[in-house]
Design a protein around this ligand. Sequence first.
Ligand SMILES: [Zn+2]
Length: 308
Amino acid sequence: MQWRIKLEATTGWGEVIEYEVGQLERSFLTATIEDFGLALQESKDILHQLQATMVESQMLEFNAASQLCTACYALRPVKDWRQRKIQTLFGTVEVRVPRLKLCRCCNPNGFCTIAFSVADDFLPNRCTPELERIQAELGARLTFREAAKVLSSLLPASPANHTTIRNRLAHVGSALAENDHKAVGMSRETANDDVRQPGKPITVFLDGAHIRAVPGHQSRTLDVMVGKVETEGGTPRRFGFAMKGADGPSSLLRAALQEQGWTPGTSVTVISDGEVTLPLLVKAATQEPITPILDWWHLSIRVRHIEQ
Ligand SMILES: [Zn+2]
């Protein structure tokens, strides 16, 4: 038996284009149980081919649209074409992108010879955000080598070694830290003119951990704090930082509280492991009284001590 997998694309201007994505074949005479249905490698090949076909056809449309001058709608002249590789969760795809020259309406005498590529602004890292996010998430949960192995064993993802995974995680981490610092900046700007009514009661869950270095590798150890800020009916906001490296932990915490609708006068309950510095950090962030509560797990540990 034979199967042909086809993809039919309809462009924005109504043109229908048919692409062949793959072929499959099985002989019923020699079939074993392994020949029924798609095998992992076949599914990876088809996904990769589907991705390549889809991106290639999208790029054709994108390139045609990017050639249009946004001021006079005439076609901008193409200086040359360049090959670009885009890394995706379903494999690396190669596309052709034009380097454009300025339109005559912006450059009537043709003095300016600068060439630019709209696609390069569109994909600055040459990697889809989805691939970066999944690599970073797996890199945070597993060792970098394991993360690379898990991805490549299940998906036709662009090849990644442990260094790529580490760099992608660092890139996502830096972006999150930058967002936190922006939030801190905004919270400082609104600190003096915040005269809103107290918001809904807020609960802050906090826990700290001491991370020891692997013996024989590095001598550095560090204390980290992770937590969650919750309001009733809202999506929780999670945060985490290393106490030594954080630039103003109470400012980061205050920004996280404000994102959840905290305003002066809001009731704040802190649930933590009984370590006194944790509720004090929240108190420093709000500059107001808070209600500290020992969490159930640490409460049960203390009760067990008394029982024994
Ligand atoms: Zn123009």
